[in-house]
Design a protein around this ligand. Structure first.
Ligand code: HEC
Ligand code: HEC
Length: 338
């Protein structure tokens, strides 16, 4: 073993060994993957704004807290309709001579997974306010604020996007808060994050390891007929699907999300309109942005819609009458057959 004493030979052998390992363990599998997987037919390329937003997502360190991968584990079910597959990450393109498109799968989940956040949290207004300061909308949030994506302008131009926030969160007593192009690009990227549906002839892998505890909880909730259970289910569904905008106290946020406390729709007799709003969204008033089709996206059953309505009608001093899943079923049939 003379080469152990010859540093040139030793270095050369170690270097060649390293190159060979890199080729076998990293480069060949990568080329193989690229040849084997193409993006799903329904995948849409990023718009120019969203592409710039993706760069800002990287530059601002969002990937440190947010993953973009739905693992095939039961606990990941809430982040997407199916587990992620290699095709989800196959849309590769060179951004410059050294770099490929980043996939941003992430390794940390301090905040929620963002694979499907464009469907879950698609509102532009919500995202802008949240980026300015997450605590305006989620009181206990530990996500940093990104105020440098916004500015206070004394004379906002016509096409400036104004962001309304409560006074105590303003950082300047003068001017109107408007979103800089960077904020709009970042939000365009967030809105573009939607899990792509599979072609019909392709089967998604299954979610594994459903724990008995989870199973019991879900059967109890969907099969329970006691009133208390229903209220609890309504409260949980409200927390998951409505509270980020309408807030835990039901009061919403001035200039962005209407109050459900004392709302005529929540307390009134037009149940059909109420259900329609929950399932198909609502865009009626100038002062508010649109509400997305929250119920359709979440695939609410009649029982879930009834639980949410009963929760809202029995909270925050509201006084609407209680509804049954049968009444909701009838309305859903009507809405869906239109
Ligand atoms: C220190 C960790 C951390 C960083 C960095 C961070 N976030 Fe968050 N993010 C969170 C946490 C925690 C939540 C959940 C609480 C909340 O909604 O504010 C969250 C929530 C969100 C949500 C709402 C997700 C949902 O399902 O409702 C979006 C969108 C989001 N973050 C985007 C971003 C963007 C864009 C950046 C970078 C500009 C970023 N985050 C940086 C921790 C972080
Ligand atoms: C992304 C934010 C967002 C989420 C999530 C959301 N909403 Fe809304 N909601 C809005 C906005 C914005 C409006 C006002 C739309 C308008 O009037 O143009 C609204 C309006 C309503 C109204 C009409 C209130 C009134 O008096 O005019 C009801 C009822 C309602 N939402 C119920 C719900 C329920 C129930 C959920 C959960 C299943 C929910 N919303 C989730 C943003 C949201």
């Amino acid at each position: 073993m003379s080469f152990l004493k010859n540093h040139k030979q030793l270095f050369t052998v170690a270097f060649l060994f390293f190159v060979a390992l890199t080729i076998f363990a990293a480069i060949m599998p990568a080329l193989d993957n690229q040849a084997r997987y193409t993006p799903l037919p329904a995948a849409e390329p990023l718009s120019e704004d969203a592409r710039k937003g993706k760069e800002l997502f990287i530059a601002n360190g969002c990937v440190a807290c947010h993953s973009q991968q739905v693992r095939n584990l039961e606990m990941d079910k809430k982040w997407g309709g199916r587990p992620g597959i290699p095709q989800d990450y196959a849309g590769m393109e060179r951004t410059d001579i050294w770099r490929n498109t980043a996939t941003l799968m992430g390794t940390e989940r301090t905040g929620p997974d963002l694979t499907d956040v464009g469907n879950r949290q698609g509102s532009k207004e919500w995202n802008l306010v949240h980026l300015y300061n997450p605590r305006i909308l989620v009181e206990e949030s530990i996500m940093p604020s990104y105020p440098w994506l916004f500015e206070y302008k004394n004379m906002p131009a016509k096409d400036d996007v104004e962001v309304s926030i409560p006074d105590e969160f303003r950082r300047s007593s003068r001017g109107t808060l408007v979103a800089k192009p960077e904020a709009l690009q970042l939000v365009a990227y967030l809105q573009s994050l939607k899990q792509v549906s599979l072609p019909e002839d392709m089967e998604a892998p299954e979610f594994l390891y459903a724990s008995d505890k989870n199973r019991k909880k879900s059967t109890k909730i969907s099969g329970g007929d006691d009133e208390e259970d229903d209220m609890l289910e309504g409260e949980m569904l409200y927390a998951d699907h409505c509270q980020s905008c309408h807030q835990p106290n039901g009061e919403g946020m001035e200039g962005a999300f209407p109050s459900l406390k004392g709302s005529e729709i929540v307390n009134g007799d037009d149940l059909e309109k109420y259900v329609e709003i929950i399932m198909n969204g609502y865009d009626e008033h100038e002062e508010y942005g649109p509400m997305s089709a929250v119920g359709t996206i979440a695939e609410f059953t009649e029982k879930e819609v009834a639980a949410i309505i009963n929760y809202e009608r029995n909270s925050w001093g509201n006084t609407g009458t209680t509804v049954t899943p049968e009444e909701i079923k009838e309305i859903l049939n009507k809405i869906q057959s239109l």
